[in-house]
Design a protein around this ligand. Sequence first.
Ligand code: GLU
Length: 293
Amino acid sequence: MSSLSGQKPVFRFAPSPNGRLHLGHALSAMLNHDMAKAVDGRFLLRIEDIDLTRCTPELEQGIYEDLRWLDLSWEEPVRRQSDHFADYRQGLETLIGMGLAYPSFMSRSETKAFVRNYESNGQIWPRDPDGAALYPPFDKQRPAEEVAARLSSNVQHAWRLDMGKAISHLGHSLEWADTGSGERAIIKADPAAWGDVILSRSDAPSSYHLSVVLDDALQGITHVVRGMDLFAATSVHRLLQHLLNLPVPEYHHHRLVLDDKGRKLSKSISSTGLQALRQQGHTPSDIRSLLGI
Ligand code: GLU
C-alpha cells in the first residue's frame, strides 16, 4: 500500500452520531486503525453529523467512549462536519456555477405519492442501488423564471445534481481501485444508477455524498476503508471528485457484520451495540475474536 503523494498514508473512520456504535462499526474502525498502523500511516476520526435532527452531542461522546474502550487512538482535533458547512456550500456553489445542480421542490411524501401513482397501473419507476425511487425529473424541466420566482419567495428546496448533465460534462467513464476483495481490483463507476442525487437538503446544508468527498480531499485521505454497504455510493463519490477536481483515494470496502438472521446490524438494536457488549463484561480482545480480526 503506497501513499498517493509520497506523504504518509491517511485513513479515517467516519461515523455518524445518530446512534451508538455496534460491531459493524468496530470492524470498520479497527480495520482502519490496523491498516494505518501497518503502513506507518495516520488514523483520523471524523464525526459526520450533518443531519442535525438525528445527531446529538451525547451520541458523539458515546462514539469517543466506545472507540477508547476498543483501545483505538486517533489524531486531534477531530473534524466535525457541522463545523464546516461553509466548505460544503462552496462545493455546492461550484456545481451550481457549472450548471450541474438544480433546486428541487418535491418533498419526500410528494415523491412517494408520484411513484405510487405511476406504479398503480403496472409500470415500474426506477430505484437506486439502495432501493430508493429516483427523483422525478419535473423540477429540472421548470422554466427559469418559475424557478427564480420560487427561490426568491423562499420556497423550501433542496439542491440536486443533474446526473444526465453531469455525465455528459464528464464525457468518459470513471473507475476506482478497491482492495476489499483481497486483491486490487479496478471497478467501473456507475453514477447514473443513482439519478439526481441530493447535494443539500432544506433541513441540512449538505448531503452525505457532497460532504464526504470534500472532507476526504480536505483531510488528505489516501485510503477509504468502509463497509460494503457504501460500495455502490462510491460511483457518486467518483463523479463528484471528478467534477470538483479532487484527488482520488484508494478504496477498501470490507465485509459487513450480519446478525444471526443474515441482516445488516442496525443502530437501533442494542444487543450488538458496543456499550451493551462492554457492560456484559466483554473485552476489546473478545471483540477482535468475535470479528475475526
Ligand atoms: N458516516 C457514514 C456512516 O456512518 C460513513 C461514511 C464513510 O465512511 O464514507 O455510515
